[in-house]
Design a protein around this ligand. Structure first.
Ligand code: CA
Length: 227
């Protein structure tokens, strides 16, 4: 699934691009409204458009309007303006949804899924890439192998799945209950302590306990050093 990101803020664009790529999307980023409107309406255009409203050259609403004049591609407006009027105007101009900054990648992916479900767009979304590089940590979901600093580390299937879920949104906190649901969905005899025990095993095996941070009373997050 190809996403066109129209966003002039380089930091936001980098975060969104990386996050969506980790979630299995192809991302094309442009920083101007003119270029965005053009890319969005090309013959071999994107499957979905993420449109920032505050662009340097053209107002985001005008970009939305000009895309809608010729294309039914799903559009999600992303904006720093959390204003009911903006929201309504955006949706009236044909945007499919509206996300307010700051937002998390998981929220954005959930919105993309919801929009593509509604619009019937082909959405093989949510599939993480086969091979994911997170600084010194590499995950290969196809072969269920991980490498740390280039050396393979053997994990059990459950440990791998746990790490794989955390790696879907690095830096984001995953609740124990969410991890239980994702990793142990079919098993009745697990408790939050099960998560803790497996986290401990993964930490020990990868040799960098600090990469998986416990957030007191909430859950865990994966934070590897940048390459
Ligand atoms: Ca902007």
């Amino acid at each position: 699934m190809r996403v066109l990101l129209i966003e002039d803020d380089a930091a936001v664009a980098a975060g969104v691009t990386e996050g969506l790529r980790n979630a299995g999307f192809q991302v094309l980023h442009v920083a101007s409204g003119t270029e965005g409107a053009q890319k969005a309406t090309e013959a071999d255009g994107p499957d979905l458009v993420l449109l920032d409203l505050g662009l340097p050259d053209v107002d985001g609403y005008d970009v939305c309007r000009s895309i809608r004049a010729v294309s039914q591609v799903p559009i999600i407006v992303i904006s720093a303006r959390d204003d009911e009027i903006d929201r309504v105007v955006g949706l009236e101009l044909g945007a499919d949804d509206y996300v307010t900054k700051p937002f998390g990648i998981r929220e954005l992916v959930a919105r993309i899924r919801a929009v593509t479900r509604r619009t019937g767009a082909e959405a093989p979304v949510g599939k993480s890439p086969d091979v994911q590089h997170l600084g010194p940590l590499t995950l290969d979901r196809r072969s269920q192998r991980i490498h740390v600093h280039g050396a393979e580390v053997a994990l059990t299937a459950t440990e791998f799945e746990l790490l794989s879920v955390l790696a879907e949104d690095p830096g984001a906190v995953y609740r124990r209950t969410e991890l239980l649901e994702r990793v142990w969905s079919t098993s009745l005899y697990v408790t939050p302590k099960t998560v803790d025990a497996h986290i401990a095993a993964v930490r020990r095996k990868i040799g960098h306990p600090d990469w998986i941070e416990a957030v007191r009373g909430v859950g865990f997050r994966l934070e590897t050093p940048h390459a």
